[in-house]
Ligand binder design. Structure first.
Ligand SMILES: [Cu+2]
Length: 454
């Protein structure tokens, strides 16, 4: 929590661990077979090896970078979550369009130490392919648990079928962006400060090496699975060619020199190997506003281009079918305000003037309708708006029309600014939530309950 610094021990400054230079390791993988993914996930505080040191982390099955859950549309997933951490936890499958109630993606569940909870998810046949993630949503301990290590990747297969045949077997890498703050021999997991020095990892490694051939095309699954921080990715001399945003395949492939990835967001991108040699994948300095944080430039990985050169493939321009809500009939229009109290009390976070109360329903929406929400941020720092269960289309930002190439499940809210979004509430009635994905803010109340009714 961002609370007052008194009495909390100082965070060990970001040790400058030597870059590992080791090859990037893919996380272990649990894959569905015959339409089912069954796994047991033990949540436990254990020692892991990080940056050449043995430190305590909050782990899934003993890993700091836990297994990737790999599925297909229409699959079922049965997870037995065995909890051994205080005071309780639960699991959120971020971005997945699936029921938010019962034993499915229900963030109101509390799994206490010694308890096992049996999650059962039935995913729809039209589930969008791409990169998702899973993490603790145990309010108000989401930030310490995620920073402690409780976040991993989910991949829904199917993106490749939108690629030209010659690119369907390209090499892919998970590039999971995850950071830790050290305090003695443990990852800090209380009194979290968003701007404290932190150690940025890719798949749990400090500055690993990604190998590519000159001209080779690879698929990188960029995912900000951190608790609180922003990334602004840059690969000198190369561009990121975006084929999915927040696991929504784009209608047209778009390219960028830098990609802003707020907490919770993902991009599936094509990258092509540059001339022989080494460049650094880096996150550039980023400032979230006068009341926010300044995140420094950090080298995340080295990208080594070498071996037999390839002629760079022609990248596709059109990609997946378009989902456009621009002409949808709008059943309701709402205004949702993200705000902060004035200093000096300064660390309370509100949605529509209230902090989170799981007993209260803040908004009721009707199943199978489209709504338009004007999400206004009156604070002097940015917030990362995130909606569970249903993705949305960004219509405008600060009054400027926004040409969305896909739906999203997160959108960055500008300082003293506005994003207008449209959402279709499809398939799943029940209570769900929306919140700021800077988890310190969520923990301090910047979350609200949405009930979708028939
Ligand atoms: Cu926030």
């Amino acid at each position: 929590m961002t609370g007052v610094a008194a009495a909390s021990p100082a965070t060990t400054p970001a040790a400058a661990p030597a870059p590992s230079g080791e090859p990037l390791r893919e996380p272990p993988q649990y894959t569905s077979s015959h339409g089912v993914l069954r796994a047991r996930i033990v949540v436990e505080r254990r020692k892991v090896e990080l940056a050449g040191r043995k430190v305590y982390a909050l782990t899934y099955n003993g890993f700091y970078m836990p297994p990737t859950l790999r599925l297909r549309p229409g699959d079922r997933m049965e997870l037995a979550m065995v909890n051994k951490v205080r005071p309780y936890t639960n699991l959120h499958v971020h971005g997945l369009h699936v029921s938010p109630v019962g034993h499915s993606d229900n963030v109101f569940v509390h799994i206490h130490p010694g308890q096992t909870f049996h999650y059962r998810y039935q995913f729809p046949r039209d589930l969008a392919p791409g990169t998702y993630w899973y993490h603790s949503h145990g309010h108000p301990y989401a930030a310490p648990q995620v920073l402690g290590g409780m976040s991993g990747i989910i991949i829904v297969d199917g993106l490749r079928r939108h690629l030209p045949p010659g690119l369907r077997t390209i090499e892919e890498h998970v590039v999971a962006l995850k950071d830790f703050q050290l305090e003695d021999d443990a990852i800090r997991s209380e009194n979290i400060k968003i701007g404290a020095p932190t150690n940025r990892t890719v798949n749990g490694q400090i500055q690993p090496r990604i190998q590519i051939r000159p001209g080779e095309t690879q698929l990188w699954r960029l995912a900000n699975i951190s608790a609180n921080i922003y990334y602004r990715l840059h690969l000198p001399g190369q561009r990121f060619h975006v084929i999915a945003q927040d696991a929504n395949p784009v209608d047209r492939v778009w390219s960028a020199d830098t990609l802003l990835i707020p907490a919770g967001a993902r991009y599936d991108v094509l990258v092509q190997g540059g001339p022989s040699g080494r460049v650094d994948l880096e996150t550039l300095p980023y400032n979230t506003g006068p009341g926010g944080n300044q995140f420094p430039q950090v080298t995340l990985a080295s990208v080594v281009s070498g071996g037999a050169p390839e002629r760079p493939a022609q990248l596709p321009s059109t990609f997946a079918p378009r989902h456009d809500l621009s002409n949808a009939r709008v059943a309701a229009r709402r205004t949702v305000v993200f705000s902060e109290s004035d200093p000096p009390s300064g660390d309370k976070y509100y949605i529509n003037g209230r902090t989170f109360d799981e007993q209260r329903v803040d908004i009721r929406s009707r199943l199978n309708t489209v709504e338009e929400w004007t999400v206004r941020n009156t604070a002097d720092e940015q917030h990362s708006f995130h909606m569970h269960t249903n993705d949305f289309q960004v219509m405008s930002v600060n009054g400027h029309p926004y040409k969305a190439h896909s739906l999203q499940d997160t959108v960055n809210l500008p300082v003293d600014g506005t994003a207008v979004i449209r959402i279709r509430f499809a398939d799943y009635p029940g209570r769900t939530v929306f919140h700021c994905h800077i988890l310190n803010h969520e923990d301090e109340g910047m979350m609200a309950v949405l009930q979708i009714v028939r």
